[in-house]
Design a protein around this ligand. Structure first.
Ligand code: ADP
Ligand code: ASP
Ligand code: MG
Length: 457
């Protein structure tokens, strides 16, 4: 069997859903299981409705909710069969009634906890999975809806919950394998899960990819397919650089690194279950299904490529900590990290000099408190509006002279920090966001002007 995951833009309209239904129907002999995200930008819209409600604008929130209901009703109405319409209408009606109650509750409370954020955002995938099930049936696929919350079980870290592997595998065997054995196509919402106590949780933004690989690993799939809106994993984000090229094949390690350092195309944890069970992942374009996409496997002939991709993260904050007295004293770095740790703020990149330490963070929720504490032991300056740019490739570790190439490419750019990752698969640097585009462009030109056609399309 194979797992086929379709992202939000692949099911953003009736037309897109019909395209997806055709793709699934055409692969029936591979015995697919389908995982879907929320339709289009539904998750963003639900969260925006929640924020509107807690800001005290209940009417505004309910009116936005009504727009979202209408969007689902119209698109669903165009893809399900006339016989299925009353059932879908009843589902929409009950789900949106619950949502309206939830929104009223939030507006009274005036705040959203991670747990209520999950309750709210789960509706996107709950609705889309029901709609896609019927859209598949309408084209003759024997689809069967499975509520992912019965199968994907997590810990209680709401909004970024960690899956409980053994329990998931047990439940997949119990609830999903029998459907596949009976020749059916199970349809599951991605992203959503529940705790052992049955409370709705989520795997974090972009988490549907992770659902797909958890399910694929649990059911020993032949392949995990991630269908999205670009031709595969590319040498750069195509929304920043139109010259980006498709990577034909890459390793799990490269894909993990690339996802971790900002390429949105895959959730950073997606590779973990696939690595463990050694299941290939293939990234494909639902708008151009005949293109072979990107194959991600354990080992591959890297050919002549050194760098696979240039990725970036925006809105990074650099915190510079300066102390002429203390830095060399033992325990000083530990004290600095302890402050970040206590404020549950993770540090991504660190560079040190004799008198200073620079760190990057992307969550600034606790920055003021962190800076105040650090000022008791050192001079502290935050730099906002920074971007982290990272070049990734297995061969970086075996190839001398990469740093020289990189510095030559970036001659005219002011690099605030630079570091080679401990994995030695990447070199990361921090630049001001005004220089982000120029940096990515210059690096891309250096590493991808001439490429090995066996590795890049
Ligand atoms: P989906 O809704 O299918 O999950 P996402 O928006 O999460 O899609 O991810 C696909 C997007 O990732 C692409 O549209 C592209 O803009 C972005 N992206 C960023 N970096 C890369 C990259 N290196 N290769 C491909 N896509 C990338
Ligand atoms: N719908 C969720 C999100 O927008 C999960 C996903 O799309 O993967 O983050
Ligand atoms: Mg995604």
């Amino acid at each position: 069997m194979i797992v086929m995951k379709f992202g939000g833009s692949s099911i953003e309209s009736a037309e897109a859903i019909q395209r997806v239904a055709g793709i699934v129907a055409g692969r029936a002999e591979r015995r697919p299981l389908v995982v879907v995200s929320a339709m289009g930008k539904t998750t963003d819209r639900l969260l925006d409705i929640g924020r509107t409600a807690i800001a005290g604008n209940l009417d505004g929130a309910l009116s936005k909710l009504d727009d979202l209901r209408r969007f689902h009703a119209i698109e669903a109405g165009a893809v399900v069969s006339p016989q299925a319409e009353p059932a879908i209408e009843a589902h929409l009606e009950s789900h949106f009634r619950e949502l309206a109650e939830l929104i009223r509750g939030l507006s009274i409370l005036g705040e959203m906890s991670p747990r209520s954020i999950d309750a709210l955002s789960s509706y996107g995938e709950r609705l889309s999975s029901l709609i896609i099930t019927e859209a598949l049936r309408a084209v003759g696929v024997v689809a069967e809806h499975v509520d992912s919350r019965r199968v994907i079980v997590t810990d209680e870290r709401f909004s970024a919950a960690a899956p409980l592997r053994e329990e998931i595998d047990k439940r997949l065997a119990e609830h999903v394998q029998p459907l596949i054995d009976a020749g059916k196509t199970p349809v599951m919402g991605g992203f959503i899960a529940s705790t052992m106590a049955g409370i709705t949780s989520t795997l974090g933004r972009g988490g549907s990819d992770y659902t797909a690989s958890l399910v694929g690993a649990g059911l020993s799939a032949e392949e995990i397919q991630v269908w999205t809106d670009v031709d595969g994993v590319l040498t750069a984000d195509p929304s920043l650089l139109s010259a980006a090229r498709r990577i034909r094949v890459m390793s799990f390690a490269e894909a993990s690194e690339l996802a971790y350092f900002g390429a949105r195309v895959l959730h950073p944890s997606t590779m973990l279950p696939a690595v463990r069970s050694n299941i290939p992942i293939r990234v494909l374009n639902s708008r151009r299904p005949d293109i072979e996409g990107t194959l991600i496997v354990a080992e591959h002939q890297a050919g002549q490529s050194i760098v696979k991709s240039v990725v970036y993260k925006e809105n990074i904050t650099v915190v510079e900590v300066l102390s002429t007295r203390m830095l060399m004293a033992h325990g000083f770095l530990a004290r600095i990290f302890e402050v970040f740790d206590r404020h549950q703020t993770s540090v991504d990149m660190v560079t040190t000099s004799e008198v200073s330490v620079s760190l990057t963070i992307d969550n600034t929720a606790r920055l003021d408190a962190i800076v105040e504490e650090l000022r008791q032991i050192a001079e502290v300056t935050p730099f906002f509006g920074q971007s982290m740019v990272c070049v990734v490739g297995d061969n970086i570790r075996y190839t001398p002279g990469i740093a020289a190439k990189l510095f030559t490419a970036l001659e005219s750019i002011n690099i605030r920090m630079i570091s080679q990752g401990a994995s030695r698969l990447n070199i990361s640097l921090v630049v001001d966001e005004k220089e982000l585009h120029a940096t990515v462009e210059a690096l891309h030109k250096t590493f991808f002007s001439q490429v090995d056609e066996a590795v890049f399309a």
